[in-house]
Design a protein around this ligand. Sequence first.
Ligand code: NOJ
Length: 743
Amino acid sequence: MKYYQALTCSILLSLSTGMAVGQPLPALPEAATQFIDSLIQAMTIEEKTGQLTLFTSDIDVTGPTMRENYKEDILSGKVGAIFNAYGAAYTRDLQRMAVEETRLGIPLLFGYDVIHGHRTIFPIPLGETASWDLEAIEKAARIAAVEASSEGLHWTFAPMVDVARDPRWGRIAEGAGEDTYLGTKVAVARVKGFQGNDLRAENTVLACTKHFAAYGAAQAGRDYNTVDISEMVLRETYLPPFEATVEAGVATFMTSFNELFGVPATGSEFLLTDILKEEWNFQGFVVTDYTSINEMIPHGVAADEKEAGALAINAGVDMDMQGAVFYNHLPALVKEGKVSEATVDEAVRRVLEAKYRLGLFEDPYRYSNEQREQDSVMTEAHWAVARDVARKSIVLLKNDNNVLPLEKSGTVAVIGPLADNQKELIGSWSAAGDWKTSTSLLEGIRQQVGQQAKVVYAKGANINDDSTQLFQEAVEVANSADVIVLALGEEALMSGEAASRSDINLPGVQLALAQELQKTGKPMVVVLMNGRPLTINWLDDNVPAILETWFLGQQAGHAIADVLFGDYNPSGKLPVTFPRNVGQVPIYYNHKNTGRPFDQENKYTTKYLDVANEPLYPFGYGLSYTTFAYSDLTLSSQTLQANDSLQVSVTVRNTGEVAGHEVVQLYVRDLVGSITRPVKELKGFQKIGLNPGASQTVTFTIKPEDLAFYHSDLSFKPEAGQFKVFVGGNSEEVQEIDFTLAL
Ligand code: NOJ
């Protein structure tokens, strides 16, 4: 019997981690703490270093592979966690080595990038956010956890909560878009979905909030680039989703690749210790993003790996992902007194606690269950949810003359490089997802219309080359049809990590293809598939109907067909602004007013000479097959007093012919502050369903703390004065009313 087994058999079974959904990680019971302390006391410095080391297996990698001998490392106790290893049998085998063949038998932790589904792939996170449906988002994360955990995984490197306001940055696809409030809600929903309310349950996994911090503010939208923002902006815009996940009990955090205030995040004591571990009292552990310890050398803050390793662990890093810096240097650093053993022990304690919380000391094999793997991966029920989440994520950008929904009759020409394509649909970071199981748009349409309509197809062009050879055939196919459905967009890997673009137009000759097809005079519906906002002015000016479908995952073809033929009424709203051209970037709805706000008549106001200030489509925007009218915006009082609340009510009526869902959005503006405030800030939203002719009164509550902001001394508090409240179906078309905050 291994050391820890002898020590703990009697106490472990009776302990509960006492976790509650959406609550901060609770302290472990006293007996567990004693157990972990005595385990640490029994460990050599090499064994401790092992617990702080995460290496990839040979299954899949997302960067340079630095190690081939990870199995020997497991056997010698030099590695305590493995990523990119999944499958019940494979993880059981590796776990057996750690538990049965090492001196202390401490179980391994298995991590993986389960970003938007494990085997059943859901929409990319940006797309899923467009649903504004927190229940659906939580459910998708729950299913991802069920599938991942049944394949032996304990830990997902998600959610990615980086606020991103630059569509050139490819990783905008992985987050919740441009808004802090929406991003915070989505981040919490994802943590709840992954972790459930009991980390010891065999179908929950540790979540990992990443990338800490401000990675989304990379200059010029170029991945890994320098970040240079003020602490006020950091705290107001970028940190709230991170902090909210700590409050919701997230078990781990990942550092980011960028520097902030001249210090790489992985070496930032300010971020990792002062803010995360002390100010927010985070009880979990911090892992680096990949080789970001090593990368502190080219950043220019460490001369060599050893120095970088000391910087990282002393700043608050607990686990080194793949860089082998702790592995190679930590024992020597301790010996030389550059890192105290107490610092190492504290990091080890955090890692062992996570293993404890998962119940791994009780049963290290509990997640590697082949029967459960067979029963709970890619089930019909999971696919049904994936289809539902996917159709909820679609945003109808334009629908002149109600071209949509289409009739299931006549001839439908399905054209475009993404029409008969399965591969791109699952998007970037689709983990263990198998694109061959995804349904293409062409197949989805064929199944949807059955015998009722004829479906013809032409590819028309490739996604990203300059050949127009296929145009002629596409025009002929279009001419033979009553309507054209044209699927255009990006390859999946044009967004995600290391996938920034300086030009966010449709790649290749796709726009020219659309222009050729438009000459046929047939009604045309463009279905966009992309991981970021694209600049699509010509389409907006010339094509009657446009659907934004992101990369919707395995069920994409079915979900889009559901919307095209009216079996589902689109209800998504943009979580990010669509610019008119890349020169408008960064463009986001909650900008400041400036001292010279836009005035068309006055040259000396803030504007461009060659493009409007307004975006093509604003944040929060999206149409439906029905229409909604807003009326009777009222306040429970003209004045909001300290320690009180204000109710904002509005009546929303479905004025169209079909049932639909509307995302009712509430924004505020603080008119005069000691610090300038944005022209609008999202402070609430509710997604409601209404039958034709029906109406509902929607009520929001505003409290003084919802109006707080950061001051020059970094205090966070509201200021008395005049406010505006705006309510509407997007950030531009709103009704407004005033109130006073009296403190
Ligand atoms: C690098 C990425 O930035 C991060 O998000 C991911 O979790 C790790 N690689 C592991 O694959």
